[in-house]
Design a protein around this ligand. Structure first.
Ligand SMILES: C[S@@+](CC[C@H](N)C(=O)[O-])C[C@H]1O[C@@H](n2cnc3c(N)ncnc32)[C@H](O)[C@@H]1O
Length: 402
């Protein structure tokens, strides 16, 4: 058994906790920004490949208590660094402080340097050569966390397992303005009452199509890592994930286990898409042709052309398919990065009027970070779920029109 920390965007911890329980049958300890899980390497692979809302997965490799900075170098040196790095690999150390450690330790870069020195010196003593640092694209990233603990501090060193964040599904090349991060779009959908077996899903301001693509992945039970799985299996190269290059991973024969899991994900994607004969639709609209072109490219990179339809349209005139249950899930512009506030007030008002007139009997969810704009929709919310988009506090608003 090992201890892992799986991170997610603030506010999405309950969703991540549920996902981790579904994937491992284990209850994690939930904190701010993620969950801690005691599980096998095999189980953490399932989480890494299948979690829709996680951002990163870290494996805890060393914990020790310190009184001050002077203790760090010698205690870190007692780690068997050979398990995590070779002299040919590059690495980077990042340090974060909890609120208590922040008052005592001022310089996180200095702490990272102490750990870096202890790694470099350990290798030099053993092999006379050292692994190099790469600050932009390291083979291995170590995360150090200093936290207050009575009159001492604990120093936790973890190794990042994925390299590229888990939110990076691989269907995005060009960015439309203000796209949602993929794992945030998935979290928004999982926070709704959308029933994929019955309800048509409409995003009337679909932008680059993130909500539509994540909805298709959920509906057709496609693992969020499927594009990386397909690439890895086809190229017989598993180095997309940082863990695959790490000596402990190779020594425990986990590459073979990873290969098997990826082959299953690839097969199940082909099967699920081939056998998709759902009557409910996933449909997107946007009034910007340039953005729709990007959405089309993303949908095609995601290999989901047959499961999602998008077209030019205005959210103020869009209507549901007559006599069919429908859910709107959408992320209108909200002024932080896109759109002028006065125009947006009119847009929210007119969109709200369209919902009122045409979407009676349906479910409507609007994700926005601007409380003033949401007041322009003259409908009663039935729920306001707090969520975060980067640093921006947002709400997922539920309108019960049924
Ligand atoms: C915040 S972006 C949506 C981003 C999207 N969720 C994504 O992940 O890419 C809002 C979108 O609303 C579109 N939009 C603005 N006014 C609209 C209108 N009246 N009808 C339809 N789309 C509109 C914009 O073109 C923009 O693409």
């Amino acid at each position: 058994m090992n201890i892992f920390f799986i991170s997610c965007q603030k506010g999405n911890e309950p969703l991540l906790e549920q996902e981790v329980m579904n994937l491992t049958n284990k209850k994690p300890t939930t904190g701010i920004g993620g969950v801690e899980l005691n599980c096998s390497d095999n189980e953490i692979l399932d989480v890494i490949l299948n979690s829709r809302v996680a951002s990163r997965a870290l494996k805890l490799i060393k914990v020790f208590d310190i009184s001050n900075e002077k203790d760090i170098y010698a205690l870190a040196k007692q780690t068997n660094w050979d398990l995590y790095l070779t002299t040919e690999m590059t690495f980077k150390v990042e340090t974060i402080f909890d609120s208590v450690a922040k008052t005592q330790f001022k310089n996180s870069v200095y702490i990272s340097q102490l750990i870096k020195d202890s790694i470099v010196d350990s290798f030099k003593e053993l092999y006379s050569i050292r692994p190099n640092i790469n600050l932009t694209n390291p083979d291995v990233l170590f995360q150090v966390r200093l936290a207050g603990k009575h009159d001492k501090f604990s120093c936790t060193i973890s190794i990042d397992l994925t390299g590229s964040p888990m939110s990076n599904r691989g269907y995005r090349t060009k960015f439309a303005e203000a796209p949602l991060r993929e794992n945030l779009a998935a979290a928004i959908i999982l926070n709704t009452l959308w029933d994929p077996t019955k309800d048509h899903l409409i995003d009337p301001m679909c932008g680059s199509g993130t909500i539509l693509i994540e909805a298709a992945l959920i509906k057709y039970n496609i693992a969020p890592s499927y594009l990386h799985a397909i690439n890895a299996v086809n190229a017989n190269n598993f180095n997309y994930w940082s863990m695959s290059k790490q000596p402990w991973f190779k020594a425990n024969n986990l590459i073979e286990i990873l290969k098997e899991k990826l082959s299953l994900i690839q097969k199940s994607f082909i099967e699920n898409v081939k056998n998709s004969n759902s009557e409910s639709l996933i449909e997107g609209f946007d009034n910007d042709e340039k953005v729709l072109k990007i959405a089309n490219e993303s949908i095609s990179l995601a290999k989901l052309e047959n499961l999602i339809s998008i077209s030019s349209g205005d959210c103020r005139t869009v209507t549901p398919i007559p006599d069919e249950p429908c859910v709107i899930i959408t992320n209108p512009p909200y002024g932080e990065r896109l759109g002028q506030e006065s125009d947006l007030r009119i847009l929210y008002y007119e969109f709200g009027e369209n919902i009122k007139k045409n979407f009676k009997g349906h479910k409507v969810y609007i994700f926005t970070g601007n409380p003033d704009l949401r007041k322009k929709i003259s409908l009663q919310t039935s729920k306001r779920i707090p969520m975060y988009n980067g640093g921006i506090e947002c709400r997922l608003l539920e309108y019960k029109l049924w």
